[in-house]
Design a protein around this ligand. Structure first.
Ligand SMILES: [Fe+2]
Length: 349
């Protein structure tokens, strides 16, 4: 469904206001060949109208010869900022970077954030941005989830399909994604709605049974058959099943990197306006799949790097897997029960 420029300008104004943008601050909009023209056009208008000094920095895409899909998260290698001193200087001197390009999990991004610059990623299509406009309530919900995570020593995930996964936690910080950047040095992604951490290095163990309807990203596919994963000492050591397992095994094999099989971020979705079914309505190239990552009550785990949270693992492969109908417990207390997000008094039961 098309979105009017007026609605998009209103949406940007809302997000920039939540992000505490002040007059005279410097905003740099980072763009590339895949940037949505309406998202760019309306970002420039909204930021300028709020009194910011606005730049646009356009960088050519990289990694095409390595990537096996057009998804911007499909290959996390070098970025257009690698070795690009002029671009880095511009971004570090900005108060806020609006990333309409997808700059993820890179040393360059870390360096920009450490300078105090805020970065907000916004690459979903305009109608998804408008529907999943973030709010202060979203921040509170994600904050509640991450406070529980922060206090816990172990996450235990089970499902009727057969998942029984133990994830000792505490070594890595918790991360909140609520869709706006209201503190210096903060990174976020509009739209979002989840909290996560990473398992202690080398300690995740058990069995994951991905069920029909669970989602693989960046494949952007719903499983039509179960996939079983064996997890030992922090790594997936076997992926078995039918056609879906064969496809996943073959894709991961293209990276030829044992680190691709490490359990990466673990958490759960809290966004009630995001829906499990939305991905099925989109062409694969139109979306990153943020509805799939954020829908309330999904257990979201991933395979690949942990450098985002200060770990040492960098790998070009990153698979996000939102699972339905799981029970997620923290030190014996359910926070998600059979796919239903628990809140308030329900958490104590
Ligand atoms: Fe991820």
């Amino acid at each position: 469904m098309p979105v009017s420029d007026a609605d998009m300008v209103r949406a940007w104004t809302h997000v920039l206001t939540l992000s505490k943008l002040k007059p005279q601050e410097v905003v740099t909009v980072l763009t590339s060949d895949g940037t949505h023209p309406q998202t760019l056009r309306t970002a420039l208008i909204a930021a300028s109208t709020l009194g910011a000094r606005v730049n646009r920095l356009d960088l050519p895409p990289v990694n095409a010869e390595h990537a096996h899909s057009r998804d911007s998260l499909a290959y996390l290698g070098t970025t257009p900022l690698t070795g690009n001193r002029a671009a880095m200087a511009a971004l570090k001197e900005s108060d806020l970077v609006l990333d309409l390009m997808t700059l993820l999990f890179s040393p360059e991004q870390m360096e920009i954030l450490e300078s105090g610059t805020k970065i907000l990623l916004a690459v979903e299509p305009p109608e998804v941005l408008v529907r999943l406009l973030p709010s202060l309530e979203d921040k509170a919900t994600v904050g509640e989830a991450t406070a529980l995570l922060k206090a816990a020593k172990e996450m235990h995930v089970t499902s009727r399909a057969g998942t029984d996964l133990r994830l000792p936690i505490g070594e890595f910080p918790t991360v909140q994604e609520y869709g706006f950047v209201d503190e210096p040095g903060r990174w976020d992604h509009w739209p979002s709605g989840f909290g996560f951490t990473f398992p202690n290095e080398g300690q995740a163990s058990g069995r994951i049974v991905l069920d029909k309807g669970d989602i693989l990203l960046p494949m952007k596919s719903y499983l039509t058959s179960q996939i079983e994963m064996t997890v030992e000492k922090g790594y997936v050591t076997a992926i078995t099943g039918g056609l879906d397992a064969d496809l996943l095994n073959d894709y991961m094999d293209t990276f030829a990197d044992p680190e691709a099989y490490a359990i990466s971020h673990i958490g759960w979705g809290t966004q009630k306006r995001a829906r499990w079914s939305t991905l099925g309505l989109y062409d694969r190239e139109q979306t990153l799949g943020m509805d799939a990552r954020a829908f309330a009550g999904n257990f979201l785990f991933s395979l690949g790097p942990n450098n985002e949270a200060g770990g040492s693992r960098t790998t070009a492969c990153h698979i996000d897997i939102p699972m339905r109908n799981c029970t997620v417990s923290l030190d014996g207390r359910d926070v998600v029960r059979e796919g239903k997000l628990l809140a308030g008094k329900e958490l104590a039961q």
